[in-house]
Design a protein around this ligand. Structure first.
Ligand SMILES: Nc1ncnc2c1ncn2[C@@H]1O[C@H](COP(=O)(O)OP(=O)(O)OP(=O)(O)O)[C@@H](O)[C@H]1O
Length: 254
């Protein structure tokens, strides 16, 4: 199924070189609002660097990156975050000595819109939000558990909830299932499928079973360039993708 998405993020000829090494090379990438875009490719293809460029952690050497129709590549990381781009890093930044509930309350209170909500609707709005977000990420039975005592997968889900608390227009995720058990990976795929359409996500992943379970459109990078783009089926059968990355296995022979 192909869904039409209004343009949200666009990279035009985005390029970055580090001491002469071109890590991202004239990359054109368009992501629409509500899309769940998977970014795959071999080690060193430039996927993480692309996320770094979008969120301002690294700066393009040439080209343009625009978000909601306005260029953002000249802004610093903090300014870009304020335009509505959130990022989940591989190492979670939860408060380990606080409970899941306390983490979520703090995450929620960082969203300036929330204070406004509290004044307007009272605390019940927040209670409803807490329940909803806990169920969404599957932590409803762990609300009083210290974050330090969560499993690896649960910690990642809490981190995702903290990002959702900011309600960013675009969420960047770098290998969200790294280190997860097969069961946790399956649950994470279900979570991402629930986020589909409500949030815009760019997900960098190596786990092809997971990619198959969540993918709408897949962009394949190789040597800093966009090698191919399309549905799971299209990308799986692309001989260039098979040669550069997938081998004969295709996507999702988990
Ligand atoms: N700040 C930097 N300075 C120098 N080289 C860098 C820097 N950031 C990335 N690179 C190089 O750019 C290339 C692309 O790296 P990147 O991490 O984006 O690849 P990737 O596709 O995410 O790979 P992986 O799947 O292994 O995470 C690599 O060769 C990396 O060493």
């Amino acid at each position: 199924m192909t869904t039409a998405h209004e343009g949200l993020l666009s990279l035009r000829e985005a390029t970055v070189s580090f001491h002469g090494f071109v890590a991202v090379d004239h990359l054109d990438l368009d992501v629409g609002a509500g899309e769940l875009r998977c970014l795959i490719g071999p080690n060193g293809a430039g996927k993480t660097t692309t996320l770094d460029l979008i969120c301002g952690k690294s700066k393009i050497t040439s080209g343009e990156i625009s978000f909601k129709g306005a260029p953002i590549h000249m802004l610093n990381e903090f300014q870009i975050a304020r335009t509505g781009i959130g990022r989940k890093f591989q190492v979670p930044s939860v408060f380990r000595q606080l409970s899941v509930r306390e983490n979520l309350c703090i995450g929620r209170s960082r969203n300036p819109g929330v204070l406004h909500n509290l004044f307007q609707f009272g605390l019940s709005t927040d209670r409803e939000w807490l329940e909803e977000i806990a169920v969404l990420v599957g932590l409803q039975d762990e609300m009083e558990t210290l974050a330090a005592h969560l499993s690896h997968g649960q910690t990642q889900w809490l981190e995702i909830a903290l990002i959702l608390a900011q309600n960013p227009a675009l969420i960047l995720m770098d290998e969200p299932t790294a280190g997860m058990t097969a069961h946790e990976t399956t649950k994470t795929a279900m979570l991402f499928n629930r986020l589909r359409g409500k949030h815009t996500l760019i997900v960098v992943e190596h786990d092809m079973g997971f990619v198959r379970d969540i993918a709408e459109t897949i962009s394949v990078m190789h040597q800093g360039k966009l090698l191919a783009q399309g549905s799971t089926e299209e990308v799986s059968h692309d001989p260039r993708v098979r040669e550069a990355y997938l081998g004969s296995g295709g996507i999702g022979h988990a």
